[in-house]
Ligand binder design. Structure first.
Ligand SMILES: Nc1ncnc2c1ncn2[C@@H]1O[C@H](COP(=O)(O)OP(=O)(O)O)[C@@H](O)[C@H]1O
Ligand SMILES: [Mg+2]
Length: 250
């Protein structure tokens, strides 16, 4: 598969209020082929969100470059969508208008926007909630809407920053399944940040393991186990344990 995202020797330094340097990322190199489901796994504070935000063009690198389809890229673009950890829905907009929001920026007419939004509302199985407001929805439903909103823009690449972190265990498993279905059906390239080993093993074609201070890529592991992955499969347990041990070292 053709390379979709490339990260070349990325470094990010933040300056704290007392002008202390915080090296959030160093020597990060990454190549993500089209259609890959890549999981980025690492302990809290190791720079996962920073990496994703730089790839999204929401944050600038201190040095190094990001390429999208072979072109250097530094600003947000429609082809690269992002789903944040908090659902970040607009509380004053209905579910349907939230999903249609990005399409408004793209200059589509209202009937066209609504018709596309309805299609994605259907896809997430929430037809009857189009007129509801975010506060009327459970966390799992809000996150489904946030995913629908990202997908409605039809991005090639979907960046997801711990999107299921706030969900209860059962909803989380349902959403993981759902996301795999969407990914297979719509042929997206997904970069999925998580600190859950189980989640990474369940979802990823490949797992990038990061360690902190400064944040860097420590290991790159291909997961060849066929899907749908069974958690009771001994191989699943073995992989999970190996990764947990590596994460502890990180
Ligand atoms: N805007 C910022 N200003 C200063 N330091 C930051 C900022 N964003 C992140 N950091 C620091 O960079 C490091 C990596 O943060 P982050 O990317 O959020 O990690 P993760 O998502 O893996 O938990 C942390 O030490 C964090 O405190
Ligand atoms: Mg984070």
């Amino acid at each position: 598969m053709q390379e979709m995202i490339r990260v070349d020797n990325l470094e990010k330094i933040f300056y704290s209020q007392s002008y202390m340097e915080i090296k959030a990322l160093t020597e990060v190199n990454l190549s993500v082929p089209g259609n890959e489901f890549l999981c980025i796994l690492g302990p809290s504070g190791c720079g996962k969100s920073t990496l994703l935000r730089i790839i999204a063009g929401l944050e600038t690198a201190s040095s190094g470059k990001v390429f999208y389809n072979g072109q250097e890229h530094t600003k947000p673009r429609r082809e690269i969508g992002m789903v944040f950890q908090s659902y970040s829905l607009m509380p004053w907009l209905t579910v349907l208008d939230n999903i249609a929001l990005g399409l408004e920026f793209a200059g589509l007419s209202r009937p066209k926007r609504i018709s596309i939004a309805e299609e994605y509302l259907d896809m997430i199985g929430m037809n009857s909630f189009g007129k509801a407001f975010p506060y009327e929805l459970s966390g799992g439903m809000q996150q489904r809407v946030a995913i629908a909103r990202a997908l409605a823009n039809n991005p090639e690449v979907l960046l997801m920053d711990e999107p299921f972190g706030a969900l209860d265990a059962y909803t989380r498993i349902v959403m993981q399944k759902e996301l795999l279905r969407i990914w297979e059906q719509h042929k997206k390239t997904i970069l999925f940040v998580t600190h859950s080993v189980d989640e990474a093993v369940y979802l990823g074609d490949r797992i990038i393991l990061m360690s902190g201070s400064p944040g860097r890529i420590k290991k790159d592991i291909a997961i060849t186990m066929p899907r749908v992955r069974e958690r009771r499969n001994p191989l699943y347990g073995k992989l999970t344990e190996e990764l947990l041990a590596l994460l502890e070292e990180a």
